[in-house]
Design a protein around this ligand. Structure first.
Ligand code: GLA
Length: 384
């Protein structure tokens, strides 16, 4: 069966985190080349998304959006064709308000026209932001408008709503037709930001599922401070260990996986993190169930720094992440009883370590791991 649009968390690359305003067609082509050459497409990343700052500041005489000819001299259709020929999909960006966050024309009152323009260019994904929304307008209605416009534009376009978790978005976004929705403020390339976003989405697992995924924002994995925006990159990046934890959290919690680093210039470690097949498999599990949180044992640990995430998988396996976001090494324990496996059942769990890529053996009743500061252990567990 061919998967339907938005069935699993979308995966791809987006220009914003690293390049913000400084984008052009050569960059996008190079990124597309790299996605195929360096294994990203094979690992599951399919969307190449151009974020804000791609258009002229004014629409044309017919009211259409116009790509900036200095940045995109070949136009968007040719770029889309190039991306499609590589087996990738093409994403673009607009905004529910009168202007985008960077001050380019937004789609307010142009929703149907813009959807048709995007379709004519061969766009497959639209990120839809929330800046400059007229105050009297209801945001929910604006997302419903664009969703209808996209669903009726004659092309499958994945709808990525981006209102930063405002206006209780989780209560209405699924009905609006969006395939993913940003639940958080903009990520920054530092550990505090990653931790804050992850903790803000704990215990919200009922708000993510197939066809409407909780988007915790684009990944900063591998950026190491390399953004041209001082807002995103000011604190200078994270360690590889912290990026590994970031990737594990986003994957376990069912977020779309949208790369934000310059994949053309990354280390092997960054690649190994972003392309970890076992972690991606957990994220892309067919049923897209949210991960629930268990208190890490012993119980005196701060529950927002040391916790276990448990994600029930389609084939009966269980993904278990032991997270230590605190500043010191901890030995964390997960009690199988708390996941529905009583000792009386005489069942054990056969564990595969998804970062060390090795079998750990069969465990009964509990599993413990010594987890360094800002690190995690993620295992895939099979009942035996
Ligand atoms: C907002 C979004 C970001 C990015 C910028 C572009 O801040 O949340 O992800 O799209 O706008 O201006």
């Amino acid at each position: 069966m061919e998967k339907m649009l938005g069935f699993n968390p979308p995966m791809g690359w987006n220009s914003w985190n690293t390049f913000t305003w400084d984008i052009n067609e050569e960059l996008i082509r190079n990124v597309a080349d790299c996605m195929v050459r360096d294994g990203y497409l094979e690992a599951g990343y399919e969307y190449v998304v151009i974020d804000d700052c791609w258009s002229l500041k004014e629409r044309d005489a017919e009211g259409r959006l116009v790509p900036d000819p200095k940045k995109f001299p070949g136009g968007m259709k040719a770029l889309a064709d190039y991306i499609h020929e590589k087996g990738l999909k093409f994403g673009m960006y607009s905004c529910a308000g009168t202007h985008t966050c960077a001050g380019y024309p937004g789609s307010f009152e142009h929703e149907f026209q813009d959807a048709e323009t995007f379709a004519s260019w061969g766009v497959d994904f639209l990120k839809y932001d929330y800046c400059f929304k007229p105050r009297h307008m209801n945001g929910e209605l604006l997302y419903k408008r664009m969703s209808l416009a996209l669903k009726n534009c004659g092309r499958d376009i994945l709808f990525s709503a981006c209102n930063w978790g405002f206006d209780n978005v989780y209560q209405w976004v699924r009905e609006s037709g969006a395939h993913m929705y940003r639940s958080t403020e903009d990520i920054r390339d530092n550990w505090e930001s990653i931790k804050k976003i992850a903790v803000s989405q704990l215990d919200k697992e009922c708000y993510t599922s197939t066809f409407c995924h909780n988007d915790m924002d684009m990944l900063t994995v591998g950026m190491h401070g390399g953004s041209n925006s001082s807002f995103i990159g000011s604190v200078g990046g994270c360690t590889d260990q912290e990026y590994k934890t970031h990737f594990s959290l986003w994957s376990m919690m069912g977020s779309p996986l949208i790369i934000g680093c310059d994949i053309r210039n990354t280390s092997q470690i960054t690649k190994d993190i972003l392309q970890n097949p076992e972690i991606i498999r957990i994220n892309q599990d067919a049923e897209s169930r949210g991960a629930y949180r268990l208190q890490a044992e012993p119980q005196w640990f701060n529950a927002e720094e040391c916790f276990i995430l448990v994600k029930v998988l389609t084939d009966g396996d269980i993904a278990i992440g032991l997270f230590n976001l605190s500043d010191g090494q901890k030995e964390l324990a997960v009690q199988f009883w708390d996941m529905g496996i009583p000792s009386a059942s005489n069942k054990g769990l056969s564990l595969f370590d998804c970062w060390d890529h090795k079998e750990l053996g069969v465990f009964k009743e509990r599993f413990t791991a010594v987890v360094p500061a800002h690190d995690c252990t993620v295992v895939r567990a099979k009942l035996v």
